[in-house]
Design a protein around this ligand. Structure first.
Ligand SMILES: C[S@@+](CC[C@H](N)C(=O)[O-])C[C@H]1O[C@@H](n2cnc3c(N)ncnc32)[C@H](O)[C@@H]1O
Length: 238
């Protein structure tokens, strides 16, 4: 039985020497952890000069056998590609944190303009529910979907600057429907959250989780949610 991370590391290191001898100086091991769903150890294989950079994984059985792994050729290709790309350790903004110079305040205005006026590192949390492109087609102000994404990109990039390092940004978005214009055409579903994720990742945010807002029966848009909302005695219960 292998009982310690140290033993597991030793077994994996030996496997690396057998299968990846030519790149072994560029490859090291992350923290071995037990996966109790399958009763195996999982050992991350990382770049030596950027240990947060995962390039493979080895699966070690409790008896010390290498049960499975990322293909050695793939680990080798990833190692060679990233050796040059990731030469400096991942950089983080590490300035000292000063309390926000703005007091609690309600500001009414265009998000972009208001954000422009806030100094960097002033926000500790951002929660926003931006327009969903054409969710209300009659009041959609965007020329097309690309213009909508460009608008979001501008706001998201500015939010990244205004938020302090390590803080959360929660954004409420949903796919929307572009209705068909005739019986011979089809409606189209636009996956806004997927495109927003791309924008957020390129602005430097790390995805943490998606929270699905499940509305109870009767609350759906096309079931007259608006009317129900107005008539309900407890409209905010969901
Ligand atoms: C999906 S709704 C969210 C509503 C919000 N959760 C609320 O309870 O009022 C989007 C809101 O964004 C506002 N909005 C649209 N463009 C904006 C902009 N450039 N700056 C600030 N707010 C904007 C719209 O007026 C609308 O109220």
């Amino acid at each position: 039985m292998v009982n310690s991370a140290k033993e597991v590391r030793k077994i994996t290191q030996k496997w690396i020497e057998q299968h990846l001898a030519d790149v072994k100086d560029f490859v090291s091991l992350g923290l071995p952890e037990i996966d109790d769903r399958y009763n195996v150890w999982r050992v991350p294989i990382v770049l030596s000069n950027a240990t947060s950079h995962l390039i493979g994984e080895a699966k070690i059985g409790l008896l010390g056998n290498v049960m499975d792994s990322t293909r050695p050729e793939l680990i080798r290709t990833r190692a060679k590609r990233f050796i040059n790309e990731v030469s400096a350790p991942d950089r983080k903004r590490q300035e000292l944190f000063y309390p926000a110079p703005i007091p609690n305040k309600v500001i009414l205005g265009d998000a972009m303009k208001v954000l422009e006026e806030l100094p960097p590192d002033t926000a500790q949390l951002v929660i926003t529910s931006p327009p969903y492109y054409n969710a209300k087609p009659e009041s959609c102000e965007f020329i097309d979907y690309q213009e909508y994404l460009n608008f979001l990109r501008g706001v998201i990039i500015r939010i990244r600057e205004v938020l302090s390092e390590g803080r959360f940004f929660t954004i409420n978005v949903s796919p929307v429907l572009v209705r068909r214009t005739s019986r011979s055409t089809s409606s189209k579903r636009i996956p806004i959250p997927f495109d927003v994720h791309q924008i957020m990742a390129s602005a430097g945010f790390e995805f943490i989780d998606d929270i699905i807002w499940v509305k109870p029966e009767g609350a759906g848009w096309n079931l007259g949610r608006g009317r129900r909302f107005a008539a309900d005695r407890q409209p905010l219960q969901y």
